[in-house]
Ligand binder design. Structure first.
Ligand code: SF4
Length: 686
């Protein structure tokens, strides 16, 4: 049978896949040798994609309550309940919570319906949990949410600094590329409180105290200034530097003070600083360890400051590089799938609201940002959100303080869940469930971490009555009274409209623009090959701010909170190599399950001995939000008084191991991204 070129669904690396149907929903999976992200390679999750597309547990028909319903009846009900709620309580009484698993076309239609027609910006995405701090940091520094790096940069960098990223597990194909470069002659520095598989192979690992990244980066910047590495010519020509910026950066000779704050050896710190200062071609790649912090945006800007001040941006092998978790977090950013952005990298400035309103011929444009995820679910809990539509995500597991999220969902007067899975921790609270087409059954585009846009293509028939998300949302929009605004019959039409909007009245002020694709026909869309937009951003030294200059952003290290008497440990959460999110799909693969069969709490041997916790024994982790029992893994990979648990297990997959119950519902005040990495907790043997 003929192979279909598509893209992996399991992380933001965005690897190309050749899928060959073998009948009876069977498929063989190979890496696409022509895809620029992976050149034919796949990690374990990609390799076993074929095991995760079975029909076990699928939602195959619309459901109203526990009864099967026709599409007409279910869609009419959703449209009527949203319309009635808006009529009675206003547009801000409803919300959508969507997902980085959606395709760009799905995202575009949902964003258009909420922000242009319902008249609220209460559409946020689980990508808020993944990279909102990078979005906010990029926008503050560059004037637009641009990732100014590409995977090619890793191939020519002489120093790669990984900050808060277990790349070997979470972005394995990118890690292979990094390893290949380091096996030649590049150096690898890992900055991470945990000694991960990635850190094990680094030339230098700085296991800093969690939350001290700003002190580290400011100290490095001061060192660079004193070592004469700051590129004053670049700053003069291309960067706006606020008064007193350098005063707050501090004294570069005070290495001891930085080492004390970060709790690392001054010798290691000096080694890192000297290496960075001496290596113009440096890529600083960062991920959730930076973004999922209560000061995540400042941490991002501490990194952008370093690269701007040393002129290490817009050049091959020199850039800050935010790597995204989800397969289409970037596509969501491009269409405006976050409550804090409007569309096509535009914010809610009045001229942008007017511009997008003209383009959409929108009757009810949202004029200000909506509720970000943590606030959205808090408002759900207060009863101010009265109708919620959750698409392709499982917030009852993944949000911080997930127990409260579950209570809020249970109390909400009207909850719609569109998903491929029949029963999730979230959908048990749904009044209406709508069956969505899954990976391999739907068509559209995704954007990966280095701005490469690729096609996802269908190679299986959608089972039962499952439909693509863009179709479901369009149908509801039509039934709410906006028939002509949602006329789409196929995703190519939505893609072309998205490309037209990206270029509409865009005189080059925004880098994100795909005008060439707006004119392409269906056949060209079907045949689309991966392409990266934006070339080498900022190569000409011109940024997306009104004056064309980037910004150095003054950022200060916030005091690190002392351990609390009742909650003396700090909890960090993250992924396992072979699982994805709440395991609704990867949990179907026996081979993937072998890597880690149950959720473990990782604890330092000194803590374990002090608390009577034994390796392989059970331990309860508690916070004011909730508690859960995990099997203990005692290892010196953790810092003392710091714990790690995985995010994947749910009430549906285990009796314990519920990480989502534990974190506080607190977020970075600028980006709204929850601070999953430093929850005060207690642990005790069970
Ligand atoms: Fe899929 Fe990510 Fe693995 Fe590539 S690295 S195969 S995109 S999970």
């Amino acid at each position: 049978m003929t192979s279909v070129r598509t893209t992996c669904a399991y992380c933001g690396v965005g690897c190309g896949v050749l899928a060959t149907p073998t009948g009876e929903r069977g498929v063989t999976i190979k890496g696409d040798p022509d895809h620029p992200a992976n050149a034919g390679k796949l990690c374990s999750k990609g390799t076993h994609l074929g095991e995760t597309i079975g029909l076990e547990g699928r939602l195959l028909t619309p459901m109203i309550g526990q009864r099967r319903a026709s599409w007409d009846k279910a869609l009419d009900l959703v449209a009527r309940r949203f319309r009635d709620t808006i009529a009675q309580y206003g547009p801000n009484s409803v919300a959508f919570y969507v997902s980085g698993q959606l395709l760009t076309e799905d995202y575009y239609v949902a964003n258009k319906l909420m922000k242009g027609f319902i008249g609220s910006a209460n559409i946020d995405t689980n990508s808020r949990l993944c990279m909102a701090s990078a979005v906010a940091g990029h926008t503050r520094a560059f004037g637009e949410d641009i990732v100014p790096a590409a995977y090619d940069d890793l191939d020519v960098a002489d120093l790669i600094v990984l900050v808060g990223s277990n790349t070997a597990w979470c972005h394995p194909i990118v890690y292979q590329r990094i390893r290949a470069r380091c096996e030649a002659d590049a150096k690898l520095v890992v900055i991470d409180p945990r000694r991960t598989e990635t850190a094990d192979e680094a030339d230098l690992h700085l296991a800093i105290r969690p939350g001290t990244d700003v002190a580290l980066m400011n100290g490095l910047l001061a060192w660079c200034r004193d070592a004469g590495v700051v590129d004053h010519d670049y700053l003069t020509r291309h960067v706006a530097t606020p008064d007193a910026f350098w005063d707050q950066v501090g004294d570069g000779s005070d290495l001891w003070s930085v080492a004390r704050t970060c709790d690392v050896s001054p010798q290691d710190l000096r080694r890192f600083f000297e290496l960075f200062a001496a290596t113009p071609r440096t890529v600083t790649l960062f991920s959730q360890g930076v973004n999922q912090s209560l000061s995540g945006t400042d941490q991002v800007n501490a990194i952008t400051n370093l690269h701007l001040a040393t002129g290490r941006i817009g050049k091959p092998g020199a850039a800050p590089f935010s790597i995204t978790g989800q397969p289409n977090a970037m596509g969501g950013r491009e269409v405006g799938g976050l409550a804090s952005s409007l569309a096509a990298h535009m914010d809610f400035a009045p001229e942008n609201v007017a511009r997008v309103g003209r383009f959409w011929a929108a009757p009810n444009m949202a004029t200000k940002p909506g509720l970000k995820a943590v606030d959205l679910f808090r408002e759900l809990g207060t009863g101010r959100i009265k109708a919620l539509w959750v698409m392709a995500t499982n917030p009852a597991v993944s949000m911080p303080d997930a127990g409260s999220v579950r209570e809020a969902l249970a109390a909400c007067p009207f909850v719609v869940v569109s998903d491929v899975v029949a029963t999730t921790d979230t959908s048990v609270h749904a009044h209406v469930r709508l069956p969505a087409a899954a990976w391999g059954e739907k068509d559209g585009t995704v954007t990966n971490s280095d701005r490469t846009i690729s096609r996802q293509r269908a190679f299986l028939a959608a089972p039962g009555e499952a439909k693509p998300d863009w179709w479901i949302v369009s149908q509801v929009g039509r039934r709410m009274g906006w028939k002509s605004a949602f006329p789409y019959d196929r995703p190519a039409e939505i893609w072309r409209e998205h490309c037209r909007l990206s270029a509409y009245e865009n005189n080059g002020a925004r880098l994100f623009a795909l005008p060439g694709h707006a004119a392409k026909g269906n056949a060209e869309y079907d045949a689309m090959t991966p392409f990266r937009w934006g070339g080498t951003p900022f190569a000409d030294g011109r940024f997306s701010t009104p004056d064309g200059r980037a910004r150095l952003i003054p950022v200060e290290q916030k005091p690190v909170a002392a351990p609390l008497k009742q909650w003396p440990m700090t909890l960090n959460t993250g992924r396992y190599r072979d699982q994805w999110h709440s395991m609704t799909r990867t949990g179907l693969s026996p081979k993937l399950a072998r890597h880690r069969e149950e959720p473990l709490v990782e604890i330092h041997p000194d803590d374990a001995a002090r608390l009577g916790i034994v390796d392989g024994g059970l331990a309860r982790v508690s916070t004011p939000q909730g508690d859960s029992v995990f099997r203990a893994s005692v290892a010196a990979t953790q810092r003392i008084r710091e714990l790690f648990v995985p995010i994947h297990w749910t009430d549906r997959t285990a009796t314990g191991g519920r990480a989502g119950l534990l974190p506080r519902p607190l977020a970075d005040p600028i980006s709204g991204q929850p601070g999953f990495k430093s929850t005060p907790v207690r642990i005790e043997a069970v």
